[in-house]
Design a protein around this ligand. Sequence first.
Ligand code: TXA
Ligand code: MG
Length: 349
Amino acid sequence: METKMFRIKDEEGEEGLCQAAKILRQGGLVAFPTETVYGLGANALDEEAARKIYAAKGRPSDNPLIAHISSMEELKPLVTEIPEMGRKLAEAFWPGPLTMVFPKSSQVPRGTTGGLDTVAVRMPAEETARRLIAMAGVPVAAPSANLSGRPSPTTAQHVWQDMNGRIDIILDGGPVGIGLESTIVDVSGDKPVLLRPGAITRRMLESVVGNVEIDPAILGKPEENIRPKAPGMKYRHYAPKADLTLVEGKERLVVEKINELVRNETEKGRRAGIICTEETKKSYAQGILRSVGKRSSQETIAHNLFAVLREFDDLQVDCIYSESFSRDDLGYAIMNRLTKASGYRTIYV
Ligand code: TXA
Ligand code: MG
């Protein structure tokens, strides 16, 4: 299959959007920018189209997809009820980087929801995404537009690397704003439960709906007997090709430890990558350094993280050592992704 790429901000943008909307209606696949990461879209009401997403990503089909909508009216046909907490959260954070899990209506095929009786829905803030959905006239099921197991794409070039030849169209809207996937909250039960942390932080959610519980699968390595409520959280997501190890502790000790680890690797003839910050980048003696930004700017770190992981893939390093970050606010999402990318390998110093 030939994959066409259109730059949204150029003259070809309108033509790209029209073709992409048509492809979606016909059951094809379109990658498009959202404010979080690039999505790989298909008609959410078409089971056959959903199957194509799983095939293109190489993704297990028990991992449900998020249905993207462009207006509040589009929510009603997808769900059996809109609980009070869901309505409040939608008012506060939609359009935006928040996904909510609702009881699904019969319109949504189980092929889209991985066999579940619930459906995850998000109204993205990115204008291109909402226009595309509105023009297509159908809800758009979209996982992140990466091959399964690779870091989510934050530029159209990342999408091209993974999806060229596998999908119909890529809409290039430039680098995304946030860089980490949306916050997921289950509002289908008695209380709101956080299933995946993101840019809408727990504090922000709680300011609207009070106490929000946390799915145990977020906190640590999924045990055999803990079944994460977001099935996708059980997979070794966001993973770079090289083994990633997190080093956590006081800054000075972390730098010392990483220097020691990288020295050992280099002596063995292995190429080591280091994920560092603006504050620490001058403290490393050897290794391939990539700074994710200033420690004081969680937004910058979130924005750069997946791109840096992909860069290390391209550089074919043998191993990666990463500094750790605060778990406050957006830091909770940053550390969640890093911990999963490391396969829960952390050295405490
Ligand atoms: O920011 C985002 O959410 C991006 C952009 C494209 O919108 N999409 C995204 O999709 O990250 P994906 O497929 O990579 O992650 C979807 C997550 C998975 O962990 C999946 O298990 C969970 O959402 N999920 C989807 N439907 C669910 C449901 N009905 N119940 C619980 N979890 C669900
Ligand atoms: Mg994903």
